[in-house]
Structures are given as structure tokens and as C-alpha cells.
Design a protein around this ligand. Structure first.
Ligand code: SAM
Length: 295
């Protein structure tokens, strides 16, 4: 029988730590095949294939998703806010250049979908090398995209979007501005009076460092602020990852599962069978926290 070459002799990708946050742990992924390695005007971009995780997108040394678990992230960040809203018509995605949020959002009967992404190159490379993420969603007739800084874009809108999904990189590089207090203020000005926003945030391991301070920045602008938990096996987070949902009028954590189930059926119809992670009970379960992670 042919022996498998020892793992330590093969090339590994070792994830970057971002300063001041990660502890003494780094994740390593066996590199099966390099797909793209280069730079844009904003960040380093690396796409590779790992035998365990499939294709992986890395920006500035940090894993954005893997082929094997991106559906958990994208279904949660899109359907939790959209199905918490009684009748969303206009959606904005900030960041999200891979098209995963958009892929899930186009399943809803929205009237208009907007996206603002700083890096044109991420979108082009994702369409070419990671088509399983967007699955054609960039061509949806209701959709338009602007290539600029999300913080500048959003300042032009007041009382306009029903749902805003901030699918940014981490608070280093171009994504840094999307974690600052004045950005949260502009998000809430851009939302309608019953609007809901969700922000990609960080690992629960950094609860005191990231999760709590973000909640504090959001509470002046909205009545309901909840962490939303999800597993992300490809992330350096000890497996529990966290978004933050913030809502002006509706409490996303106290909508009965029967209401969520009715909305899912009415809005997605047969498209609901494409979901692999999101269900109405998971919607609520994602906002149930252990004692130490309660705000
Ligand atoms: N799932 C991801 C993660 O792990 O954080 C995020 C996915 S998505 C690839 C993040 C996108 O946000 C990138 O394409 C990046 O170019 C974009 N981005 C970063 N800063 C931005 C800004 N200031 N305005 C708009 N888009 C931004």
C-alpha cells in the first residue's frame, strides 16, 4: 500500500493573529492547492484549497470562510435579521464581497438590494474562484453594487433601509472604520423606524474585549441589542462565533417560532429547502446565551 507523505513535510497556511486580541493560539491548514495569491489596493488576498475545508478565502492573513462552513455564517447573518423584520423591502449589505450574504438575501421577496464593498478585486476573484458562494446572485435584477468605503456610502442615506447587514473584515485594515462609534450612528440613521442591523463581530472568547464594548456602542441608538451565536469551525474562535443584532423597535429574540416559521414559508416558499443551517428554532437558539455571555 502506498504510504501517505508525513503532514509536517507538506506546506501549511498559518493564520495571522490580529494585534491585541488573539491569544497564544494559531490555526494551521494543510495547503492542497494554491488558487490565487496577490494584493489589491486595500488588502492581501489569498485563496487556497485545503483537503479538510475545501476552498478558503484569506484577507490580510485572516480566514474569511471555508467552503465547508460558509453556509452557517451566511444563512445566519442574512435570515436572522430579514425574518425578524415584519416586511423588509430594502436591504443593504456592507462588505460581503464574496456574495454569500447576497446569495441568501435574494431568496427573499425584497424590492431592492444594495451592496457597498470597498474592494472590487474581492468581488472579481470570488466570482472567478469561489462561484459556489454567490451562485449567480450578483446578476439579480433587484441588486446594485457600489465600490467605495461603506462608512462614506451610508452617510448619504437617512430612514431608507429596512435591514442592514454589515459583513465586514475584522477591526484591522479597511474594516477598522466599520467598528467605530460614528459608523453605528450612521447605520441607525440610515435605517427605517422599525429597522434592524446585524454586524459580524468576533469570537466569544473575546467577550469582554469585543462583544460587550460593541453592545455598549450600539445601545444609545436602538432598544434591542443581542449577541447572535454560531459555530464556525474554520475560524480561530474556539468554535463559538458571534454577530451582534441591533433593532430599533422589534425584539428579534422574542418573536414566537411559529411566526418565524410562517414568514419563512410565505417569503422563501420552496427556496427554504436550500437552507442547511437556519431553521425557526435555530433563529431563537442563536440568541440564547450562557450566563457568562449575557449582556
Ligand atoms: N466572513 C467574513 C469574516 O470572516 O470576517 C467577512 C466576509 S467579506 C469577504 C468582508 C468584506 O468586507 C471584504 O470583501 C472587504 O473588502 C470588505 N470591507 C472591508 N472594509 C470595508 C469598508 N470600509 N467598506 C466596505 N467594505 C469593506
Amino acid at each position: 500500500m502506498k504510504s501517505i507523505p508525513p503532514y509536517h513535510n507538506r506546506p501549511w497556511f498559518i493564520e495571522t493573529s490580529f494585534p491585541g486580541v488573539r491569544r497564544c493560539k494559531k490555526d494551521a491548514f494543510l495547503i492542497g492547492k494554491e488558487i490565487f495569491k496577490g494584493k489589491s489596493d486595500f488588502q492581501d488576498i489569498y485563496i487556497f484549497e485545503s483537503p479538510g475545508f475545501g476552498r478558503i478565502l484569506v484577507l490580510d492573513g485572516i480566514i474569511q470562510f471555508s467552503q465547508s462552513d460558509e453556509f452557517i455564517y451566511h444563512e445566519t447573518i442574512a435570515h436572522v435579521p430579514l425574518l425578524s423584520h415584519p416586511s423588509p423591502k430594502r436591504l443593504l449589505v456592507v462588505g460581503g464581497g464574496d456574495g454569500g450574504v447576497l446569495r441568501e438575501a435574494v431568496k427573499h421577496p425584497l424590492a431592492e438590494l444594495y451592496q457597498v464593498e470597498i474592494d472590487r478585486k474581492v468581488v472579481a476573484l470570488a466570482k472567478k474562484h469561489l462561484p459556489f458562494v454567490s451562485r449567480g446572485a450578483f446578476s439579480d435584477k433587484r441588486f446594485s453594487i457600489s465600490f467605495e468605503d461603506g462608512r462614506k456610502f451610508i452617510k448619504r442615506y437617512k430612514d431608507f433601509f429596512d435591514v442592514i447587514v454589515v459583513d465586514s473584515t475584522d477591526p484591522v485594515g479597511p474594516g477598522k472604520v466599520l467598528f467605530q462609534g460614528d459608523f453605528y450612528k450612521t447605520v441607525f440613521e440610515a435605517l427605517t423606524s422599525d429597522g434592524i442591523a446585524i454586524f459580524q463581530l468576533g469570537p466569544f472568547l473575546d467577550f469582554d474585549l469585543i462583544v460587550k464594548p460593541t453592545a455598549r456602542k450600539l445601545t444609545p441608538y436602538c432598544r434591542y441589542v443581542h449577541p447572535v451565536r454560531l459555530p464556525m469551525p474554520s475560524y480561530s474562535c474556539g468554535c463559538e462565533y458571534c454577530f451582534m443584532i441591533a433593532s430599533k423597535k422589534i425584539d428579534p429574540a422574542s418573536i414566537p417560532p411559529s411566526v418565524i416559521a410562517k414568514r419563512l414559508k410565505e417569503r422563501l416558499g420552496t427556496k427554504a429547502s436550500s437552507l442547511k443551517y437556519y431553521t425557526p428554532p435555530m433563529h431563537l437558539a442563536s440568541m440564547v446565551m450562557p450566563r457568562m455571555w449575557q449582556l
